[in-house]
Design a protein around this ligand. Structure first.
Ligand code: GAL
Length: 442
């Protein structure tokens, strides 16, 4: 018998998250494949390649491991370029393959949460200017209609677009994603079109499936002024946080889209979310820098005493999760943590990172905030975009060459949490003894 437990509400969803391009392998027809083929774009010229071989059916093995570890849900995405390889071609085999996978998930006891757009665009969309082109809104909506018609009897949770602000910063403000542009005015157009694409998708889904739960997965980047006593630092922090965290949500609240120094009214977007999906990884300290013209007058760094992930990409700041939850709580909708995790091949930081972030979520859930689920990024190591295979976020390790899987110790810790629907002192003593004092001081 555990002597103490941080228990989560009944019916809490416990899962992991993945994305099509990062796990499927053999994608041939999207903008990321094109990007990977350009020299200098991806860490050491690496490619997604076979990824985790899910397209050949290896999802069965990875998701069986997830289900056996007590998970009861899985967040994943479907690949637009497979389903609609060309403007006039719809691939029934591809959608049938996704149907088989989703039915398989259900049979394992995993509630599917399906993302319709997770960073990749079909090549034919990319060649027409991607989300810079307002026709993409209609194309996206047609693809969504096709997918929903085929899958609505087996999917309740839909995420329209993953991390629209990351997509925009990555591709249009110098962040290392395709098409590699750096132009604030184009970024405005792209983000505005993504809002409209989301709104169109929301209405399309609800027309066909009135009871569907539809949301977005919004990355919340916690930000704090580097020098809290210095007004310019406070101002630039507010400016950055509003642009990155709030711009996409504004029109969903009241129709008003504001980004950079422009704004417009998008009435179709009002009320277009049934839940709020939060991806949270880390917090930045932001400082005003009058010379950083290209970086919109700011410099960012991590807290000097923060624990950093292996490649220094993430600082473990659980207080940022608390800020993310507080931000999400304002929308007065069910909240799902749709991504959270850390790159850590050696699994040194992950147990503490997982426990401390979950404790913040427990706190919110037990303050009667509507926190309904948690999806850890990720079940298995996978292709991390412009960072290639250099970052390992998996509860399970994968060697992409041999496709051999191996459980990391954190997989057992997470399994104990999922099975008990809580963090027990027994589980922590067994799987992360170094955290006992912090979580259960006695
Ligand atoms: C998120 C993204 C995921 C994954 C994760 C870890 O921004 O949605 O696809 O790559 O970061 O890097």
């Amino acid at each position: 018998m555990a002597e103490a437990i941080f228990r989560f509400p009944q019916g809490f969803l416990w899962g992991t998250a993945t994305a099509a391009h990062q796990v499927e392998g053999q994608n041939k027809n999207n903008n990321w494949v094109a990007w990977e083929n350009e020299p200098g774009r991806i860490h050491q010229g690496q490619k997604a390649g076979l990824a985790c071989d899910w397209w050949n059916g290896r999802w069965k093995e990875d998701l069986a491991n997830a289900a056996q570890s007590g998970q009861n849900a899985h967040r994943f995405s479907i690949e637009w370029s497979r389903i609609q390889p060309d403007v006039n071609t719809w691939d029934d085999n591809a959608i049938q393959k996704y149907r088989t996978m989703i039915i398989g998930m259900r049979e394992m006891g995993l509630e599917p949460m399906l993302t319709l757009h997770h960073f990749t665009d079909p090549l034919w969309i990319y060649e027409k200017g991607g989300w810079e082109n307002k026709e993409t809104i209609e194309y996206f909506s047609a693809y969504v209609e096709f997918a929903v018609r085929a899958l609505k009897d087996i999917v309740n949770f839909w995420v329209t677009i993953n991390e629209p602000a990351v997509y925009t910063v990555g591709g249009y403000l110098g962040g290392g994603f395709p098409p590699g542009k750096n132009d604030l005015s184009i970024a405005y157009t792209v983000l505005s079109n993504l809002v409209k694409g989301h709104a169109a998708a929301y209405h399309t889904i609800h027309k066909m499936q009135p009871d569907a739960q539809v949301g977005i997965a919004k990355q919340y980047r916690a930000m704090a002024p580097s020098r809290a006593w210095f007004p310019p630092d406070r101002w630039i922090t507010r400016f950055s946080s509003t642009s990155f965290n709030d711009a996409f949500m504004g029109p969903i609240e009241d129709g008003l889209f504001r980004f950079s120094f422009k704004k417009e009214f998008i009435p179709d977007a009002i009320g277009t979310q049934d839940f709020i999906g939060v991806n949270y990884y880390s917090q930045d300290q932001v400082r005003f820098n009058p010379f950083a013209f290209k970086d919109v007058f700011q410099a960012r760094h991590f807290l000097p005493d923060a624990q950093l992930s292996e490649t220094g990409f993430i600082a473990s700041v659980p207080a940022g999760m608390q800020a993310a939850l507080k931000w999400a709580h304002q929308f007065n909708l069910p909240i799902y943590i749709t991504e959270n995790g850390v790159e850590d091949a050696q699994d040194r930081l992950r147990p503490a990172y997982l426990l401390e972030h979950l404790r913040k979520i427990w706190n919110a859930a037990n303050s009667n905030w509507q926190v309904k689920g948690y999806f850890h990024w990720s079940q298995v190591d996978n292709f991390e975009w412009e960072r290639g295979w250099s970052q390992r976020f998996g509860l399970w390790e994968i060697d992409p060459q041999t496709q051999k899987r191996q459980r990391r110790p954190s997989a057992d810790l997470y399994a104990a949490i999922c099975k008990e629907n809580g963090i027990s002192s027994d589980a922590v003593r067994k799987h992360a003894p170094g955290m006992m004092k912090k979580l259960f001081p006695g």
